[in-house]
Ligand binder design. Sequence first.
Ligand code: MN3
Length: 221
Amino acid sequence: MTTATLKFDYGTIATGANESFPYKLPRLPYDYDTLEVAIDAETMKVHHTKHHQAYTDKFNAALEKHTDLHGKHITELLANPDSLPEEIRGAVRNNGGGYFNHALFWPLLTGKSSGQPTGELAEAIKRDFGSFEAFKEKFSTAAATLFGSGWAWLVSDDGGKLSVVQTANQDTPLVTGHKPVVGLDVWEHAYYLRYQNRRPEYIESFFKVINWEQAGRNFKA
Ligand code: MN3
C-alpha cells in the first residue's frame, strides 16, 4: 500500500472549518443574499445549512469510533483512501470529500468579484491555457459536460502547472495529487431552484462571483 504525500499546502478553507476531527460547519464569509447576481439566497441557505451540515455530520459519524484517525489532517484522509479501514472508506470519500469541497467553495465566492485573476495566477493561466478566455471556455465545458453530480476544478500540480479537471460526486482533486485552486459545485442542489436544467447559465453566472483573490491565495499556498 502506497501513501501519497501532498507536496503543497491545499489552500484556504472557510473560517470555522476544521482540519481534523471533530469537524464543524464553517461560517460563510458573506450573507446568503450576497451572491444574488448568480446564486439566490434560498439556494445558498439550503446548500450551507442542510447539505454541508449533512456531510459534516456523516463525516464525524464515520470517524467517531476510529480514534486513531482523529488526529489526522483532512487532506491526509482524503488523499489516501487506501489507507482507511474499508468499512468507512466510502463514507470518508463521500462525506469527508463533501465537507472539504464545500469548505473550499464558500470563500471562492464573493459579491465583489474582480472578474478576472491578477498577479501570478493570471500569468499562470495565460501560460497554461493561452488566455483567460481560453481557460474560461475549458472550465465551462468541463462543468457543463460533467455527467451527473460532481465538480469542475482549476487545479495546480506540485510544479505549479494548471489544468482543468472534473471529479465525480464529492471526490476531491487531492486523490490525484492536485491542489484545488477554483472549484465549482455542479450538483443540482447548487443551482436547481433558480436554473432548473439550465446548468450552462449557472456556470456563466458563477464567473460573476468568483473570488479571484482567494483563488490566487489557493494557487500560492
Ligand atoms: Mn454542494
